[in-house]
Design a protein around this ligand. Sequence first.
Ligand SMILES: [Zn+2]
Length: 319
Amino acid sequence: MSTGPSVADRAPGPVLAVDVGGTKLAAAVVEPDGTIAVQGAVPTPAGGDTATVTAALHRVVRQVVGDRDPATLTGLGVGSAGPLDPAAGTVSPVNIHAWRDFGILDSLRPLLPGRPAVLAGDGHCMALGEHWRGGYPGRALLGMVVSTGVGGGLVIDGRVHPGGSGNAGHIGHIVVDMAGPPCPCGGRGCVEAIASGPAMVRWAVDQGWTPGDRPGDARTLAEDARAGVPLAVAAFRRGATALAAAVVSTTALIELGDVVIGGGVAAAGDLLFAPLRAAVAELAGLDFVRRVRIHTSSLGNDAGLLGAAALALEAAARQ
Ligand SMILES: [Zn+2]
């Protein structure tokens, strides 16, 4: 059954966890039982040069380490927006232009000399964090982040399924409409091309929806959907159906028990989850597929940090 957390529980002490995103850089000291001892975050200077972004990263790390003797930290786990190369320890986040093949593990290793350092995708860390601390200990869990893109990660038998290059779990690029719109990935008809915030807004605008003098974003679209504006309601239903198609297909393939969904668009709550559950019920046929459970993230932004910590704890326990 679940091997990750039990290994993590044998780790000798707290670890340093880092979460790199396009809008914020977060760090935490996490105890072996998953308690966050201290955490902090700074806005990502996304347009800054390499030195500026790297300085911000080190600042938030120093802030959480505080007066603690770094030698008491037994490992480092980093979750980052992709693309990334876990084996090389390098990241090239789409929204952080200054970091291209940036050696994030090499940059942080001097803080924890001799300790293991692990890098994984932010979607992988979110899924692992939810599996470990979110209360979903089943055999197969899909974590999804639905915001300006659609990301995710798979946890199977307690472990992240990374794939050969560390890129498995890209649920946003499952094709759900063979005649669908082009996707930022270069493909066509992907979940992300239909269900991301910008994709839902684009579709609604194409159909004649206007935000008026408000920002033309997913939050405004959600506001109108909540007020019952038909095109906004339809945009959410269409996005939710694309997510449902991906969930149903993935469940048929690997028998998912739980799907945990976080991110800005998921914050719309029932606007998204009600049509999503309805679409799963409509699209799924086989009993074991119909049984899949869909949850809103209970850990929110902490999930990524906890997943990065779980990877570090596991590495420390093996050392
Ligand atoms: Zn795609």
